[in-house]
Design a protein around this ligand. Structure first.
Ligand SMILES: [Fe+2]
Length: 111
């Protein structure tokens, strides 16, 4: 009824902490929905998405993202608030950066 249990939290819902950010996630009908609170001046670890697509939107300001297409081919994207962005493993791994002195919030859907 509630879809696949997320590998990330091992629960239908959960709060997890990673390098510099908190993720509040909810898994429903094989999709995972997450609100992420990014701390001020943080750089997340470089990570992939377990074969899933991720569409996300920064809610309160801009954030930078480094996309590692290959080890040598790294591009920086600047995400303006309330604009949808997308990442998956075919595009590469990525790293999120909050260069500001205040927290940022983003909403993510994994599918
Ligand atoms: Fe990500």
């Amino acid at each position: 009824m509630f879809g696949k249990i997320t590998k990330f939290t091992g629960k239908i819902y959960g709060k997890t902490y990673s390098q510099g950010y908190y993720k509040y996630s909810l898994s429903l009908f094989s999709k995972e929905y997450a609100l992420v609170k990014w701390g001020p001046n943080i750089v997340s670890k470089v990570h992939g998405h377990n074969g899933k697509d991720c569409t996300f939107v920064i809610l309160n300001g801009s954030m930078d993202e480094k996309v590692f297409h290959t080890f040598e081919n790294v591009k920086t994207r600047v995400h303006e608030p309330l604009r949808y962005a997308h990442i998956n493993d075919k595009m590469g791994k990525h790293q999120m950066i909050n260069e500001d002195d205040r927290p940022k919030y983003s909403f993510h859907i994994y599918y």
